[in-house]
Write a protein that binds this ligand. Structure first.
Ligand code: SF4
Length: 281
């Protein structure tokens, strides 16, 4: 059994949150630069240039990349040979979120009661934490600061099991079109296909952690991802909804076995901020 002290996890999570609130994923920067080179619309080019300039200033001046600091989402892979000492994992993560928010002067974005909309928790806790047990002696944390604008435009639908790939593409395009500029495009699409109601949504979220430049190992799914990307970019919504070829930068699909009578499809939209990281301890 390998023991990981609470303090080690706390420090790693606190630092990671600070880094992703201010820094841009290098793969995202490359994707925005490629989009800028490909765009022919002057407005789209202007928006993409502004996004890249915003990223540069954010990193240089330590100013949050976006005023919407987001909900902290954590996928925790806990090795079956790991023992966390000193506190429960969720307590450690929430304590780290609280400290990161204070140290970095990030906007507290979480209300305790979704109906009364008050009080604000004051430190952006609680994080949304998903757990799974993995083999080995490592603790793997995938962390995202998920903006509300893009999350609000996410959707799930239980399609007929006879639905074709064209119908799936049509549904995704419908949701992205409905989102328009509200999801702060260019977006990244995480799509869960199969499973049941909740696993499709979880897989859609988890798909957002797939590296932007990676290709699905299954050729059929990889082709579907490309077809969805082309269809979404053909909508003309463009960067920030101002028109152009770049509505989405990447599409990643995670599939799961499902009931013979079901075909759930969940779409989690991620905005251009795409603040996320991986920690392995
Ligand atoms: S959706 Fe993303 S880019 Fe838009 S306001 Fe929220 S964090 Fe910022």
């Amino acid at each position: 059994m390998r023991i990981i002290p609470a303090a080690e996890i706390h420090t790693a999570v606190t630092e990671a949150i600070g880094n992703i609130a201010y820094g841009i994923d290098p793969l995202l920067k490359s994707a925005l630069e490629r989009a800028l080179a490909a765009e022919t619309s002057a407005t789209a080019r202007d928006v993409l240039s502004t996004l890249l300039e915003n990223a540069a200033v954010s990193g240089r001046a330590r100013i949050p990349y976006c005023q919407d600091t987001g909900t902290v989402v954590v996928f925790a892979g806990i090795g079956n040979e790991v023992l966390i000492s000193g506190a429960l994992l969720d307590e450690i993560i929430n304590s780290a979120v609280s400290d990161a928010w204070k140290v970095n002067y990030l906007r507290p974005s979480i209300v305790c009661c979704p109906l009364s909309r008050t009080p604000n928790s004051g430190d952006n806790t609680p994080a949304v934490i998903h757990h799974r047990i993995t083999a080995g002696d490592k603790l793997h944390l995938s962390i995202a600061l998920k903006g509300g604008g893009a999350e609000n435009m996410s959707a799930i639908k239980m399609l007929s099991p006879t639905a074709s790939e064209d119908e799936i593409i049509g549904y995704v395009t419908e949701i992205v079109t409905k989102a328009g500029g509200k999801a702060c495009p260019p977006v990244i699409l995480g799509i869960g296909i199969g499973g049941n109601f909740e696993t499709a949504a979880m897989n859609a979220k988890h798909a957002l952690f797939v590296p932007l430049d990676s290709r699905h190992p299954d050729d059929r799914i990889a082709r579907l991802e490309q077809r969805i990307l082309q269809a979404v970019n053909a909508t003309g919504i463009g960067p920030q909804g101002m028109g152009g070829k770049t509505t989405a930068l990447a599409v990643h699909v995670i599939t799961a076995p499902c009931h013979i009578a079901s075909l759930p499809v969940a779409i989690n939209l991620q905005c251009h901020a795409h603040r996320h990281c991986e920690i392995i301890l």
